[in-house]
Design a protein around this ligand. Structure first.
Ligand SMILES: NC(=O)c1ccc[n+]([C@@H]2O[C@H](COP(=O)([O-])OP(=O)(O)OC[C@H]3O[C@@H](n4cnc5c(N)ncnc54)[C@H](OP(=O)(O)O)[C@@H]3O)[C@@H](O)[C@H]2O)c1
Length: 252
């Protein structure tokens, strides 16, 4: 069983804690957050120690007393610099879901990956990553097909979805091919439509709830456990799995 420390207990972290606690492959040992109290509680509080670790020394002492195999980070970009040297010194596995790392943060994460297994993914759901992989494949197979991207979200979301922009970038389609609809309380809907002369292919992903982030983190941890030290993305993990499956199918 992989012992995990969770960093961040906000909206995403609370959902991720639920998933990790119910997955028999993992033991959620503790949770680190900035303050002692949960601001907006969206799930029952797990029965594990809560830590408030403000400095690199706090992290070193906490990990001496509460060792784990892996950290899963759903907090803020700055946290990486508080626990980073512990990841390096203890060769911890790190799954970081932080969406807003700067170039300097990513350079630091790459430096840790010389001595540890580090996965950074600004989008950590299995479903969206699969959609992107499938769309890239179809784009290669049928570069002549028309492509449109439709994203739908709750009424209050002001900006074009970052995920839709990532999809457009991944399949080399101009961002003006994205249509955004804002309706009621839709959590997140992304659709890539391939228009062929005599047929249409639609790849659709619907987000249902935040626990999908936990499923993604659990997938990433399981794959990371089979890797050597290095820097990985979610795409790398999916490609590893697809290659393994395709090769074993070809051998059969
Ligand atoms: N990759 C993905 O697919 C994905 C999906 C969802 C979210 N995210 C990322 O996950 C992060 C959290 O999102 P959210 O919606 O849950 O935000 P949120 O509700 O604002 O929660 C942020 C959490 O981080 C904690 N935190 C802040 N500084 C910390 C520190 N130094 N050490 C430990 N914990 C610290 C906060 O603690 P307090 O509660 O004490 O203030 C809070 O619990 C964001 O960076 C977001 O980009 C990524």
């Amino acid at each position: 069983m992989i012992k995990v420390g969770l960093v961040g207990f906000g909206k995403a972290g609370q959902a991720v804690a639920q998933v990790l606690q119910s997955d028999p492959r993992y033991e959620l040992c503790w949770i680190a957050r900035r303050t002692a109290a949960t601001s907006a509680k969206t799930a029952p509080e797990p029965d594990v120690p809560m830590a408030t670790l403000a400095t690199p020394d706090d992290w070193a002492q906490w990990l001496d007393a509460h060792p784990v195999d892996a950290l899963v980070d759903f907090s803020i970009p700055e946290s990486l610099h508080l626990y980073g040297e512990q990841v390096r010194a203890r060769s911890l596995m790190l799954v970081s879901a932080i969406s807003a790392y700067s170039e300097a943060d990513l350079t630091y994460a790459h430096s840790l990956a010389k001595d540890a297994r580090v996965l950074c993914s600004p989008n950590i759901t299995v479903g969206i990553n699969f959609l992107i992989m499938a769309a890239r494949l179809l784009r290669k197979i049928a570069p002549f097909a028309d492509v449109e991207i439709v994203e739908q979200h709750f009424k209050e979301k002001p900006e074009v979805s970052g995920t839709a922009r990532k999809i457009a970038q991944s399949i080399d389609v101009d961002e003006d091919r994205i249509t955004s609809l804002r309706l009621g309380g839709i959590v997140g809907h992304h659709e890539v439509i391939f228009g062929f002369p005599y047929q249409t292919v639609r790849l659709i992903h619907n987000s249902i709830e935040r626990r999908a982030f936990g499923t993604g983190a659990a997938f990433a941890l399981a794959e990371l456990a089979h890797c050597g030290n290095g820097f990985y993305t979610f795409d790398d993990m999916m490609m590893r799995m697809v290659q393994k499956e395709l090769l074993s199918a070809a051998d059969a």
